[in-house]
Design a protein around this ligand. Structure first.
Ligand SMILES: [Zn+2]
Ligand SMILES: [Zn+2]
Length: 338
C-alpha cells in the first residue's frame, strides 16, 4: 500500500504514502490520532463498497461475494484477525466522486501540490527528483530487482532508466482502450485515476472501510515508492487514515490490473488463468488488509511474505509464492499513522 503520512513516518504505499512530502504537513494539520491496535480476539466488521466504472471490465456481484467469502477465510490464516465483510453493493464511480466534491474542494491545494503532470516540464523535473529521493536510501541490488534486464551500474544510471520506464509505462496505461474504444484516461475526468484524489477520498469518505474499484490508480506524484515507479505509476492498493471508520483507516484496491487483458497488461504482467483471477485479487487485498488491520509497514526483504508488495506487475507469481509460503513468521513493525 501506500499510505499517507506524518512527518518522520515510513512512507509506504501499497499504494499510499506517496504523498509523503506534502501529506506530512497535511496530516499534522488534520490532527490524526495515532492508530490503535486492532484486537485479535473479536470479529471485526469490514464494510465493502464496489465503485464501478462502466467503461471498464468488472466483477459481477456473485464474484464479489465469492471474493469476500474467500477473504473471510484467508484473513485469519495470513493475518490472524477475524473479520466479517458487510457487502454494501456497488455505486457508479463518477457519481461517487461527484458526491465527494466537498472533500476535494476542501483539500484542493494539497491535491494540486501532490499531483504531477508529465506533460509539464516543471513536473517532469519533480518526477525525476521523486525517483532520486526514493532511490537514495535503497541498495542498488534491490533497485535492480525492480528493473530486471537493464544495465544499472550505479544509482544515477538507475534513476535515469527508471524515469524512462516510468514515463513509457504511464503513457501506455493511460492509452489502454476502454470498452467504448476511447483511452482509459478520460481528459474530462482525469481525477478518477489519480492518486492524490483517491487518497483524499479515502480520508474524507464515511461510506466504507474497504473500497474496491474496477479502475486503476495510475499517475505521478511526489512520494512514489519504487514499486509504484516500476509499474509506471500504478498504486494497486492504498491504505489511508480515516477518522470515521471504526478501524481508523480505509483501504482501496484498484482491480483493473487484475481484470484487464489489454496488451499492456499481458506484456508486463502476463496472462492470469481465469480460475486464479479471484484468488490473485484476494491475495493482493490481504496485503492491503495487513496495513489496515495489522497497521504493518511496507516490507521489502521478507521472501514470500504478503506484506511485501508485488514487484512490477508480476502479481500472479507473487500471489503463488505468498500462498506457497503461508503466513510470514517474522516480526512486522507497525505504523502509528498511515
Ligand atoms: Zn503495502
Ligand atoms: Zn513478513
Amino acid at each position: 500500500m501506500r499510505g499517507h503520512l506524518m512527518k518522520g513516518g515510513a512512507a509506504w504505499r501499497a499504494g499510499l504514502l506517496s504523498a509523503a512530502a506534502s501529506f506530512a504537513a497535511v496530516s499534522t494539520a488534520l490532527e490524526i490520532p495515532p492508530l490503535r491496535d486492532i484486537p485479535r480476539d473479536k470479529v471485526h466488521e469490514v464494510r465493502v463498497l464496489y465503485l464501478e466504472d462502466p467503461r471498464l471490465p468488472s466483477l459481477g456481484q456473485e464474484q464479489l461475494l465469492r471474493l469476500e467469502a474467500r477473504l473471510e477465510a484467508l484473513v485469519p490464516e495470513f493475518l490472524g484477525f477475524k473479520v466479517r465483510f458487510k457487502d454494501l453493493g456497488r455505486r457508479d464511480l463518477r457519481a461517487f466522486f461527484d458526491a465527494h466534491a466537498e472533500v476535494f474542494a476542501e483539500h484542493r491545494g494539497e491535491i494540486e501540490a501532490m499531483d504531477l503532470d508529465p506533460g509539464k516540464p516543471a513536473d517532469r523535473r519533480a518526477i525525476r527528483s521523486a525517483i532520486r529521493k526514493d532511490f537514495g536510501p535503497r541498495d542498488l541490488a534491490l533497485i535492480r530487482e525492480y528493473f530486471p534486464g537493464r544495465e544499472l551500474k550505479d544509482k544515477r544510471t538507475a534513476a535515469r532508466a527508471a524515469y524512462r520506464v516510468f514515463l513509457e509505462r504511464l503513457r501506455a496505461i493511460r492509452a489502454i482502450p476502454a470498452l467504448d474504444g476511447k483511452p482509459l484516461s478520460d481528459p474530462a475526468r482525469r481525477e478518477l485515476t489519480l492518486y492524490p484524489y483517491w487518497t483524499f477520498l479515502q480520508f474524507g469518505t464515511d461510506a466504507a472501510d474497504l473500497l474496491l474499484t474496477n479502475t486503476v490508480v495510475a499517475g505521478a506524484d511526489d512520494g512514489m515508492p519504487i514499486y509504484v515507479i516500476a509499474r509506471g505509476g500504478i498504486s494497486t492498493g492504498i491504505t489511508n487514515n480515516n477518522l470515521s471508520s471504526p478501524l481508523q483507516g480505509n483501504s482501496l484496491v484498484g482491480l483493473l490490473p487484475f481484470l484487464s487483458d489489454a496488451p499492456f497488461f499481458l506484456k508486463e504482467r502476463g496472462p492470469i488463468p481465469e480460475e486464479e483471477r479471484l484468488e490473485v485479487i484476494a491475495t493482493f487485498t490481504l496485503h492491503e488488509l495487513g496495513h489496515l488491520l495489522g497497521r504493518y509497514v511496507e516490507y521489502y526483504d521478507h521472501p514470500g511474505c504478503v506484506h511485501v508488495a508485488p514487484k512490477g506487475l508480476r502479481y500472479l507469481e507473487w500471489h503463488r509464492e505468498v500462498r506457497r509460503s503461508g503466513r510470514c513468521a517474522r516480526e512486522h513493525k507497525k505504523l502509528r499513522r498511515y
